[in-house]
Structure formats: structure tokens, C-alpha cells
Design a protein around this ligand. Structure first.
Ligand SMILES: [Zn+2]
Length: 133
């Protein structure tokens, strides 16, 4: 419980054998303007790592540096928010307290957690030739 402060948290606990967990952090972080930003990469030991694109793997959307940033929240993210909106637009929604900000931000952070799980699932399948996923 409470292992979602970063996508790397999930990766670490699954590597340690934990397979049931939950956490409010992805949506709480999103609501407070902290959005996951990074890439999932395969490691030499056939596992997964979350490589942050921004400091600590999160961008704080309230920062002025995103006011004119027309990139997605996280490069390579396939969530609805990243495919349809920019950091600049999300910055605007956050700064103006627009209700639309909250679902869009939560969609992104939850999708990043799903992508962490998908990356781990791929490596587990590869290691075990499992067909039950
Ligand atoms: Zn996204």
C-alpha cells in the first residue's frame, strides 16, 4: 500500500515479489500539479527502470517554464492527455483552477503507472514464456 509516489516504486516492489498494491499518490500528485515524466527502459538484468526526463521524474506544471512549452507531458506517453494537449495548455488549466485540469492530469499519471506495469509484464513474459497474461 502506498507505493505509487513514482513509477519506479512499482518496479521496485514487483522486483521484490509484491504483486498486490494500491496508492492514491498518482491521482493526488496529479491534482496537485506533479506529473510523471520519464521513460521506461529495459535494464541489462532483464528488468525495467523508470528513467526520469525531469527532476525526480516529475514535472511541476505550475512552473513558469511550462507556460510556452508545447510538448507533451511526457515524451512517448500514449495517454489521451499527451496525445491531445500540451504542457502549456495544462499549465494554463492548472493556473486558472479549471476543473478540466484534474481529469486530464489524472489520466496521464494513471497511464504512466499502467505503462510501468505493461513494461514489467513484457519482461516477465519474456523470462518465463508465460501465456497467461
Ligand atoms: Zn501522458
Amino acid at each position: 500500500m502506498g507505493v505509487g509516489l513514482s513509477p519506479q516504486d512499482l518496479i521496485d516492489v514487483v522486483a521484490a515479489g509484491v504483486d498486490v498494491f494500491d496508492c492514491v499518490a498518482p491521482t493526488r500528485n496529479a491534482r496537485h500539479g506533479s506529473l510523471y515524466c520519464g521513460q521506461f527502459v529495459e535494464t541489462p538484468d532483464d528488468w525495467v527502470a523508470f528513467v526520469p526526463d525531469e527532476e525526480r521524474g516529475r514535472l511541476l506544471i505550475k512552473k513558469q517554464q511550462y507556460r510556452h512549452d508545447h510538448g507533451p507531458l511526457s515524451a512517448g506517453c500514449d495517454c489521451y492527455t499527451c496525445e491531445h494537449h500540451t504542457r502549456s495548455y495544462m499549465h494554463f488549466l492548472f493556473k486558472t483552477n479549471a476543473p478540466l485540469y484534474f481529469p486530464l492530469a489524472c489520466i496521464h499519471n494513471v497511464r504512466m503507472m499502467q505503462r510501468a506495469c505493461e513494461a514489467m509484464q513484457k519482461m516477465i513474459k519474456k523470462a518465463t514464456n508465460a501465456t497467461f497474461f
